[in-house]
Design a protein around this ligand. Structure first.
Ligand code: HEM
Length: 414
């Protein structure tokens, strides 16, 4: 006999999702005493899941597919169309390898060095003023991302690049004007990069290095040995540039944690200390709320039936705050990572499962390295103070950076 999962009463819960934000899934899984339940979002029957075993199920490629999993409005802003996020099977595996081949120790060391250099320059330029960490980080990361990927740029164009790239993740879920602006920014950036890709292929872009991501992606061949559409290459290059700039959100949270937990911030000497601190930042603060997929074919799991085609969301934030995995999940406690046993499914701020054959974030190692380099630079090589400011953030905004961003002053090198 078929059994049914608990079901949210009512016609549609989109407004509740907008209101409850990162707590939407766990509010209901607590109420229903079930890690899996059914609701309706944007007029569509939707299964929500939270937890380690549930993450393992969600990342089973035999059971879930990514085709048509993200809403069209998110594709037109955040992800772009035709990119790696929506691929399955061999197509995905092959495209993902194009990304993962950039994530070598050498290339990761290179971006850390670039980041360090750009922060130093930026702080020299600005040291007499108040520094808004989020805005400044976006600038530093934009320049670093263009350098690292090999996209040619003029110094005076960096603020425009920074605005375009951040519109795509700051306003992805927005409605009205902001959504429109995010779409405009994506179209403009895609157009610019598509032109560049065409020039690389015509061999007229001498400024593009042969060992750059731009060159590598432009010349990449798909499973059928064909070049990708130039516009798809642009989407994939933006899948590097955009999220590198989005690390600014975590950098703002790193500084917020230094502000809110000064007793932890004085302990940051060794590589291990830095590692535990940034891991706790990625666990503790909200950022990417859920990963979406669709049921591939009917199956049952325990007592629940999953029907082909059903949209299914895995709660990333909730899993990182799951009391079944984390002791006192709402305390900021970097020490919890000492001797801690990570599985592919129990710590998933950037998705779970495998990198190569699953959809786990291609940039997770890079994110960690950039955060470590930045944290080390701020706490061990600079002195500064925080201005008096309101640092509350909202649990229903994406990204949930404090209104003004963290602001510091009196910056000097130590
Ligand atoms: C996928 C989060 C940084 C590139 C993802 C996913 C999440 C995520 C949640 C989807 C996982 C899933 O669907 O199961 C984040 C967060 C970041 C970050 C919170 C912090 C800023 C980066 C960086 C890069 C990157 C720096 C590249 C340099 C990608 C790509 C995918 C992805 C290419 C698609 C992977 C696939 O579909 O196979 N990320 N990410 N991300 N991320 Fe990140």
């Amino acid at each position: 006999t078929e059994t049914h999962m608990p079901k949210d009463k009512g016609l549609d819960h989109t407004l509740k999702l907008l209101d409850e934000g990162y707590r939407f899934v766990t509010n209901r899984s607590d109420k229903f005493e079930s890690r899996v339940f059914e609701t309706r979002l944007l007029g569509e029957k939707t299964i929500c899941m939270v937890g380690e075993k549930e993450a393992e199920l969600f990342y089973d490629n035999a059971k879930f597919s990514r085709k048509d999993a993200s809403p069209g409005r998110i594709q037109k802003t955040l992800f772009g169309e035709g990119g790696v996020q929506g691929l399955d099977g061999a197509d995905h595996h092959h495209r993902k390898a194009m990304f993962m081949s950039l994530m070598t120790e050498e290339r990761l060391n290179e971006i850390s060095a670039i980041i360090r250099e750009e922060w130093e320059q930026e702080m020299k330029r600005n040291s007499k003023e108040e520094i808004q960490v989020y805005q400044t980080a976006k600038y530093v990361l934009t320049k670093s991302a263009l350098r690292w990927t090999g996209v040619p740029y003029e110094q005076e164009d960096i603020p425009e690049w920074a605005d375009q790239l951040s519109d795509m993740f700051e306003d992805a879920g927005a409605v009205g004007w902001s959504h429109w602006q995010a779409r405009q920014s994506r179209s403009k950036a895609e157009e610019r990069i598509t032109g560049l890709v065409e020039r690389v292929r015509e061999n007229t872009a001498e400024e593009v290095r042969k060992d750059s991501a731009v060159y590598h992606f432009a010349m990449h061949r798909d499973v059928n040995e064909e070049l990708l559409d130039a516009s798809v290459v642009a989407v994939e290059l933006l899948n590097l540039l955009r999220p590198i700039v989005a690390i600014a959100v975590y950098i703002d949270f790193v500084l917020l944690a230094v502000h809110d937990y000064p007793e932890e911030a004085v302990k940051l000497e060794t590589e291990e200390d830095l590692h535990r601190f940034i891991q706790e930042v990625r666990r503790f603060y909200p950022f990417f709320p859920v990963a979406p997929a669709r049921v591939k074919a009917d199956f049952t799991w325990g007592e629940y039936t999953f029907k082909e085609g059903t949209l299914t969301l895995l709660d990333l934030y909730g899993t990182n705050h799951d009391p079944a995995i984390w002791e006192e999940p709402d305390r900021f406690q970097p020490e919890r990572f000492q001797g801690w046993k990570e599985s592919p499914f129990n710590f998933i701020p950037q998705g779970g499962g495998e990198f190569d054959i699953g959809h786990r974030c291609a940039g997770e190692w890079m994110t960690m390295d950039v955060l470590k380099t930045t944290l080390d630079f701020f706490v061990n090589h600079l002195s500064f103070t925080f201005i008096e400011q309101d640092l509350d953030y909202e649990m229903n905004e994406i990204p949930p950076v404090p209104e003004s961003g963290v602001i510091i002053e009196g910056v000097q090198s130590k």
